[in-house]
Design a protein around this ligand. Structure first.
Ligand SMILES: N[C@@H](CCC(=O)N[C@@H](CS)C(=O)NCC(=O)O)C(=O)O
Length: 207
């Protein structure tokens, strides 16, 4: 059975999974859900993912949600890809950056993105947008510090951490905000965004 992925492709968390599938050469069927497509409250979807969020995958009847759990699950079946290091310390460093992307970098970026593109009933002030941009920048400067010392996010090789952080950087660079000077991020982004597997991601609109 084909791998199924539920979620609109404009979602950063869905994009992580799409990028990995391309890295691994996996074919899949993607079902638009969330954002303008709605469907997150459908009982049939909630039965798969009680959070009513995307992405969710189904692989031969096995259902899984949480984008980083999905990355690890798919990559575990392709050890030859080298996207999850075997070495205990290297693996822990990759996990560190994956967790941090989810709980720190991604949330800071999400807050900035929402203020800019989904402001809700009360538009944020210029000062609030600037504060969100500064806060997000403070997180990206942590990535900058890392990439100034390491060719890839988790170390010497491209890994799942580059996918998760790479999707955040890709979005951040598209936002119309002031950004600090980040030469190490830009040099790394230039390299990872040239990967064949990134090709599809580059064509997805911002929203
Ligand atoms: N930690 C979850 C976060 C999932 C999440 O917040 N997904 C967002 C899209 S990035 C969502 O479902 N938003 C509602 C929508 O798209 O309508 C994961 O990584 O899968």
């Amino acid at each position: 059975m084909t791998l199924r992925i539920w979620g609109r492709e404009t979602s950063t968390n869905v994009q992580k999974v799409l990028w990995l599938c391309a890295e691994l050469g996996l074919s899949y069927e993607r079902i638009d859900l969330g954002g303008p497509f709605g469907g997150l409250d459908d009982p049939a979807y909630r039965a798969k993912n009680p959070n009513g969020l995307i992405p969710t995958i189904e692989d031969n009847g096995f259902i899984l949600w949480e984008s980083h759990a999905i990355l690890r699950y798919l990559a575990a079946d392709h050890p030859q890809s080298g996207l999850m290091p075997d070495d205990r310390h290297a693996r822990a460093i990759m996990d560190q950056w994956l967790d941090w992307q989810m709980v720190a970098l991604g949330l800071a970026l999400r807050d900035l993105f929402m203020k800019l593109h989904r402001p809700g009933a009360v538009a944020p002030t210029v000062e609030e947008i600037a504060a969100a941009a500064d806060y997000a920048a403070s997180k990206f400067l942590i990535v900058e510090g890392r990439l100034a010392q390491s060719p890839y996010v988790a170390g010497d090789a491209f890994s799942l951490a580059d996918i998760a952080v790479g999707i955040s950087v890709h979005r951040w660079l598209k936002l119309a905000v002031d950004r600090p000077v980040v030469p190490a991020i830009l040099a790394w982004y230039d390299r990872v965004s040239r990967r064949d597997a990134f090709g599809k991601i580059a064509t997805i609109p911002l929203k």
